[in-house]
Write a protein that binds this ligand. Structure first.
Ligand SMILES: Cc1ncc(COP(=O)(O)O)c(C=O)c1O
Length: 462
C-alpha cells in the first residue's frame, strides 16, 4: 500500500512496563532531522515503515536513542530468528572480521565450507548441495534458472514454464518479480515473460477451493501443458497472509511434479530456520522439495541467502557458471553459522511452536469478538491477521494501517500491513520471545484494535 507516516510528532500516552517504554512524542522530536535526511536522500520507495529511528535491538526488543523501547513483532522483516543483537553472532562477526578475511568471492575458504556443510547436514535428503548468495531474490532467481536448465535438458526448450501462485512475493528482481503473483508490482516489466504463470493459492479463505484438481483446472485454463512445466515455485506459506496450503494438496503437487518432470521449489526465505515451529516450513506438508531457497532468518543479521537442492540439479551448470561476487562472504558465513547454532542449541523452533500456539489462540480470541477480522493464519511465530469489511472478504487496508500505527504508540513494533489490499497485519517476533512478552504485546495489540474500531465509529457518527 502506497502510504507513509506523518513526520510531525504527536503526543501519545506514556507507557512504562518492564518490557515496553514510550516516553516521548512519536515520532520522537529529536529523531525528526534523521527522518528528514532519509526523506531527502533516499527514494520515496524507501518510505512506508513506522518512523522509529532504530538505535539498537536486543532479543525481542527494539530501542531508539530517545528512551523508547518496543516489543518487536517484526524481526526486522523476519530476519532475527535467533533474536536481535545476539552476543554469539556479534562475537562470530567480530572474530571473522579480526581474522582479516573479509571477502573470498568463489575462492575456497574454511568458513564457507563449514556453513554449506552445516546447512546440508540439517536438511533432509536429497537437499544436500548448497549455493550461497546474498539476497532472497537472488536465491529465487537461481532456483528459476535451475528449473529452466533442467526443463530444457529433460524436455527441450518448450519445457520452460514456471508455475507459481497468485499473491505470492518472491522478490523484486526481474525473474523473482515475475514469479510473484501481485500484478501491480509487475507493471514496470511491460514485456512479461509468457513462461511465468500464476494460479490461485489454496489458502481456504481467499481461495475456497483447496482441492488439487483445482490446480490442474487452473493450469489448464492458462493454456499451459503439464509437459511444458519446468518448475512449480511456492512460498512455503504465503508471506502476504501467513497462510499454508493443505498437506494433502502439497502431497499431490509433489507427485504431480514427479510425474510431469517438473521441479518443486519451496521458497523458504521467510519460513526457514525455525520460524514456523519446525526447522523447515515444508515439514508441515510431509514433503521434500527438489530445491529450497533461504534468506532472512539464515543469519539473524548480515545479508546472506542460499539455494539448496538435489545434487544432480545443483550440478547442472559447469564450473564458473553459477557465481556471485559476494557468494558466501566470510563475515556473513560466520554470522549465519552462529545464528544457526543458536537456533539449534536453544531449540528455537520448539519455542516458536509453543509461543506461536499461544499467540494464535490470543489472536483467534480477538477474531471471535470482531467481524472486522476475516481470518487469522499462521504457524509457529508467524501470523497474519486479515482485516476485512465485516461480512465480506474485501480487505480493509485502512483499518489494518490504523491498528499498526496505534500499536506502535503502545510499544509494540510491527512493519506496515502487507498482503492483498494491504489488509493483513503480520506478526513475526524473534523466536526468543517469552510467554510474558507474547501476553503483554497481544494485550496492547488488542487495545489498539479496539481503539481503532472506536475511532472509526466516532468518525462515522460525525
Ligand atoms: C518468500 C520470499 N522470497 C523472496 C524474498 C526476497 O528476498 P530479498 O528481499 O532478500 O531479496 C522475500 C522477501 O520478502 C520473501 O518473503
Amino acid at each position: 500500500m502506497a502510504r507513509e507516516y506523518e513526520l510531525t510528532p504527536r503526543r501519545v500516552p506514556r507507557i512504562e512496563t518492564a518490557l515496553r517504554r514510550i516516553v516521548t512524542e512519536l515520532p520522537a522530536p529529536a529523531s525528526v532531522p534523521v527522518l528528514e535526511k532519509l526523506h531527502r536522500y533516499e527514494p520515496v520507495a524507501m518510505r512506508g515503515q513506522p518512523p522509529i529511528v532504530w538505535d539498537r535491538a536486543e532479543g525481542f526488543q527494539v530501542f531508539d536513542a530517545y528512551g523508547n523501547c518496543w516489543i518487536d513483532w517484526s524481526s526486522g522483516v523476519l530476519i532475527t530468528n535467533a533474536g536481535h543483537g545476539r552476543r554469539e553472532i556479534i562475537e562470530a562477526v567480530s572474530g571473522q572480521a579480526a581474522s582479516k578475511l573479509l571477502t573470498n568471492y568463489c575462492f575456497p575458504s574454511e568458513i564457507r565450507a563449514r556453513l554449506v556443510e552445516k546447512i546440508a547436514s540439517l536438511l533432509p535428503e536429497p537437499l544436500k548441495k548448497v549455493f550461497l548468495l546474498t539476497t532472497g531474490s537472488e536465491a529465487v532467481e537461481c532456483a528459476i534458472k535451475l528449473c529452466r536448465t533442467n526443463g530444457i535438458k529433460v524436455g527441450g526448450r518448450s519445457k520452460n514454464v514456471i508455475v507459481s501462485y497468485d499473491k505470492a512475493f518472491h522478490g523484486r528482481t526481474l525473474g523473482s518479480q515475475q514469479a510473484g503473483g501481485i500484478p501491480a508490482l509487475k507493471d514496470w516489466i511491460v514485456n512479461l515473460d509468457p513462461g511465468f504463470v500464476q494460479i490461485p493459492f489454496p489458502d481456504g479463505f481467499r481461495t475456497g477451493n483447496t482441492s488439487f484438481e483445482f490446480f490442474e483446472e487452473c493450469l489448464s485454463k492458462t493454456g499451459i501443458k503439464p509437459v511444458d512445466v519446468a518448475g512449480v515455485v511456492l512460498e512455503t506459506y504465503q508471506g502476504g497472509s501467513a497462510s499454508f496450503a493443505p498437506p494433502e494438496y502439497m502431497k499431490r503437487l509433489r507427485k504431480w511434479c514427479d510425474v510431469n518432470g517438473a521441479l518443486l521449489v519451496c521458497d523458504e526465505v521467510q519460513a526457514g530456520f525455525g520460524r514456523t515451529g519446525t526447522m523447515w516450513g515444508f515439514e508441515h506438508y510431509g514433503i521434500v522439495p527438489d530445491l529450497a531457497t533461504f534468506g532472512k532468518g539464515i543469519s539473524s543479521s548480515l545479508p546472506i541467502s542460499a539455494v539448496a537442492g538435489r545434487p544432480d540439479i545443483m550440478d547442472l551448470h559447469p564450473p564458473g557458471s553459477m557465481t556471485s561476487t559476494h557468494t558466501g562472504n566470510p563475515v556473513c558465513c560466520a554470522a549465519a553459522l552462529a545464528s544457526i547454532e543458536i537456533v539449534e542449541k536453544e531449540n528455537l523452533a520448539e519455542n516458536a511452536r509453543k509461543q506461536g500456539a499461544l499467540l494464535l489462540s490470543l489472536l483467534n480470541d480477538l477474531k471471535a469478538k470482531h467481524p472486522e477480522i476475516g481470518c487469522v493464519d499462521g504457524k509457529g511465530l508467524v501470523a497474519g491477521l486479515s482485516c476485512v469489511k465485516p461480512g465480506t472478504k474485501e480487505p480493509d487496508g485502512d483499518l489494518a494501517w490504523d491498528i499498526v500505527e496505534r500499536s506502535i504508540t503502545k510499544g509494540v513494533l510491527m512493519f506496515s500491513p502487507v498482503g492483498f489490499g494491504g489488509g493483513t497485519v503480520k506478526i513475526c517476533p524473534p523466536l526468543v520471545i517469552t510467554e510474558e512478552a507474547i501476553r503483554e504485546s497481544a494485550e496492547a495489540f488488542s487495545e489498539a484494535f479496539s481503539e481503532a474500531l472506536a475511532a472509526r465509529k466516532q468518525e462515522a457518527a460525525v
